[in-house]
Design a protein around this ligand. Structure first.
Ligand code: C2O
Ligand code: CU
Length: 554
C-alpha cells in the first residue's frame, strides 16, 4: 500500500461546461476536478488550499467510510470547520475498499457550483475483481444551471421560495452542449435545439470513448447531480451491472439503467456491434418532467473514424414518470453471492418521514417535522468535548404520528428548525425506514436519494404507501445489496440496515442539493468517545480558534 499525495487549490474560475461561459469551481484550474486513482489499502493525502476569496470550503469523499478518521469526512459543521480563505487543510484517509467513488464540496451549494471529481479505487496489487474486462472508462454525470449558486441559494431561501427549475444542461465528464445538439439530425434527444458542428477539440464537445471491436469494457458511472435523476443507455449495446457504490452485485443485464444523485455503478459492455459505425451514449432525466435535453457522449469503434457521427439516433430515455421501469431496476440490484450479510436482528428502528413544510412562510423540507439547520461548531468536536450548548440536546423523534396521511399534503404544514442528533449506541444494528409522503402541492411526491456518511448499509426493501407490520416479513435479509445511497420512490418507503461500528458523527441526507439546503437531513453520532485525537485544524478556525480551544479544553 502506498501514500498518494496531492496538492490542490480550489478556486472560482471561468469555464464553459455547456459551451456557454460561466463561473465554475475548479481545482488546480480543472473542472471537473482531477480524478484520483488509488489502490485498496492506500492512504490518500490531499493538501487542500482554499483560494476562494470570501467563503469557506470543505471536500467530502463520497463513499469512503473514513474508518478511524471521522475528522477527514469533509462535512462543514459536522466533521470540521469550513477551511477559511487562504488556509490549507490536510485530508488524510485510507481507501480501504476497491470501487467507484467521487468527491465533492459539502459546504453551502458548492457541489452545484461544480466542485467535484472522481475517486477510483482499484483492487489491491495481485488481487482480482470478480469479473473480467479489457479496458475501462469513467463517466461523471452532473447537471448545470446558468444561474450562479449564490443566487440559487437566495432563491431557495426566499419567501416565497423561488424554485431553481430544471437544469439547463446535463454534463458528462463536465461537458454538455446548451446551444446546439449533435443529435439534432435524428430529431430526438435534441430538445428542439439546432444541429451543431464540433471540430472535436472544443472543451464542451462530447466525450469520445475509443474502443476496439469484440472486447469487454468496464464503464464506471458516478452521478453527482444537484437535482436530476438520470437514465443511461448506450445505443445498441446491452450492459451488465456489476458494482454499485463500491460493492459487487449479482450481475444482471440491462438495456438502460437509472442512476440517482450520490450513486455509482460499474457496468460491463461488449463491443459486438457493427464496427464501421459509432454509437451514442445518452443520459436523460427521470422522475421530474424534463426540461433538459439529453447529455451525450460517443462510443467510437477505432475501426472507423471518430468524426463520423452515429447513424442511429441516441437511445430514448424511458418516460420520466415510468416508475414501474425504475422500481423493477432497483429491485434487481442485489449483492453478489458471498457478500457480507446483515445481522438478523435490529436493536433500534428509526422511521424518517420526508415532508415538505413551511416555517414562518418559508418553504422547507423536514424529517419527522424537523428541518435541519447546521450549528457553527462541528458536532464531532462538540460531542467529543461535551459542549452541550453547541446544539439542541433533545434528540429528534424516532418516528411520526401513525395517523399521518402520506397520500395528501400535510394538514398542518408547520415544522420547526432543529440541529439535534440521533445518538446511536456503539455496535448496534440500526434499521431506518425512509417514508415518503405528499409534498405541499396535491398529487406531488418526489424522488429523494438518501446518502449515509461513514457507512455502507443494506437495502432491505422498497414498498408502496406507508410501511406497515406486514411489510416487515417481506424484508430481504438473504442477499440485500450494500450501498451508501438509496432512493425513496414517490409515496413509497425504503428500508435499510447498518451497524454503528464506525466512531464518528455522520450525515444522512437527501443528496439533492437544494433539498439538503432546505433542511432535508439528519445527523447520527456513534461511539464518539472512542474517536482518537482530532487534528486541531479540523475544529478550530484560524489562530484564534486554536487558542480558544486550547483554553477551553486541553
Ligand atoms: Cu455526497 Cu453528504 O454527500
Ligand atoms: Cu430530496
Amino acid at each position: 500500500a502506498k501514500a498518494r499525495h496531492f496538492e490542490w487549490e480550489v478556486e472560482y474560475m471561468y469555464g464553459a461546461p455547456d459551451c456557454l461561459e460561466n463561473v465554475v469551481m475548479g481545482i488546480n484550474g480543472q473542472f471537473p476536478g482531477p480524478t484520483i486513482k488509488a489502490r485498496a489499502g492506500d492512504t490518500v493525502v490531499v493538501h487542500l488550499t482554499n483560494k476562494l476569496h470570501t467563503e469557506g470550503v470543505v471536500i467530502h469523499w463520497h463513499g469512503i467510510r473514513q474508518l478511524g478518521t471521522p475528522w477527514a469526512d469533509g462535512t462543514a459543521s459536522i466533521s470540521q470547520c469550513a477551511i477559511n480563505p487562504g488556509e490549507t487543510f490536510v485530508y488524510r484517509f485510507k481507501v480501504d475498499k476497491a470501487g467507484t467513488y467521487f468527491y465533492h464540496g459539502h459546504y453551502g451549494m458548492q457541489r452545484s457550483a461544480g466542485l467535484y471529481g472522481l475517486l477510483i479505487v482499484d483492487v489491491e496489487e495481485g488481487k482480482k475483481e470478480p469479473f473480467k474486462y479489457d479496458g475501462e472508462f469513467n463517466l461523471l454525470l452532473s447537471d448545470w444551471w446558468h444561474k450562479g449558486v449564490h443566487e440559487q441559494e437566495v432563491d431557495l431561501s426566499a419567501n416565497p421560495m423561488r424554485w431553481i427549475g430544471e437544469p439547463q444542461s446535463l454534463l458528462i465528464n463536465g461537458r454538455g452542449q446548451f446551444n446546439c445538439s449533435l443529435a439534432a439530425a435524428h430529431n430526438s434527444g435534441s430538445g428542439g435545439r439546432l444541429g451543431c458542428k464540433f471540430r472535436g477539440n472544443e472543451k464542451c464537445a462530447p466525450n469520445i470513448l475509443h474502443v476496439q471491436p469484440n472486447k469487454t469494457y468496464r464503464l464506471r458511472v458516478a452521478s453527482t447531480t444537484a437535482l436530476a435523476s438520470l437514465n443511461l443507455a448506450i445505443g445498441n449495446h446491452k450492459m451488465v451491472m456489476v458494482e454499485a457504490d463500491g460493492n459487487y452485485l449479482q450481475p444482471f443485464s440491462v438495456n438502460d439503467f437509472d442512476i440517482y444523485s450520490g450513486e455509482t455503478y460499474s457496468v460491463l459492455f461488449h463491443t459486438d456491434q457493427n464496427p464501421s459505425d459509432n454509437y451514442w451514449i445518452s443520459v436523460g432525466v427521470r422522475g421530474r418532467q424534463p426540461g433538459t435535453a439529453q447529455g451525450l457522449a460517443i462510443l467510437h469503434y477505432q475501426t472507423t473514424t471518430a468524426s463520423k457521427l452515429p447513424t442511429l439516433a441516441p437511445p430514448q430515455t424511458p418516460l420520466w414518470n415510468d416508475y414501474v421501469h425504475s422500481k423493477s431496476f432497483s429491485k434487481k440490484v442485489l449483492a453478489l453471492s458471498g457478500s457480507p450479510k446483515p445481522p438478523t436482528n435490529k436493536h433500534r428502528r428509526i422511521f424518517l418521514l420526508n415532508t415538505q413544510n413551511r416555517i414562518n412562510g418559508y418553504t422547507k423540507w423536514a424529517i419527522n417535522n424537523v428541518s435541519l439547520t447546521l450549528p457553527p461548531t462541528p458536532y464531532l468536536g462538540s460531542i467529543k468535548h461535551d459542549f452541550s450548548e453547541a446544539f439542541d440536546q433533545k434528540s429528534p423523534p424516532d418516528t411520526f404520528l401513525n395517523t399521518y396521511d402520506i397520500m395528501r399534503p400535510p394538514s398542518n404544514p408547520n415544522a420547526t428548525y432543529g440541529n439535534g442528533v440521533y445518538m446511536l449506541k456503539f455496535n448496534n444494528t440500526i434499521d431506518v425506514i425512509l417514508q415518503n409522503a405528499n409534498a405541499l402541492n396535491a398529487n406531488v411526491s418526489e424522488i429523494h436519494p438518501w446518502h449515509l456518511h461513514g457507512h455502507d448499509f443494506w437495502v432491505l426493501g422498497y414498498g408502496e404507501g406507508k410501511f406497515s407490520k406486514k411489510d416487515e416479513k417481506k424484508l430481504n435479509l438473504k442477499n440485500p445489496p450494500l450501498r451508501n445511497t438509496v432512493v425513496i420512490f414517490p409515496y413509497g418507503w425504503t428500508a435499510l440496515r447498518f451497524v454503528t461500528d464506525n466512531p464518528g458523527v455522520w450525515a444522512f441526507h437527501c443528496h439533492i442539493e437544494p433539498h439538503l439546503h432546505m433542511g432535508m437531513g439528519v445527523v447520527f453520532a456513534e461511539g464518539v468517545h472512542l474517536v482518537g485525537k482530532i487534528p486541531n485544524e479540523a475544529l478550530s478556525c484560524g489562530l484564534t480558534g486554536k487558542m480558544l480551544m486550547g483554553e477551553k479544553h486541553n
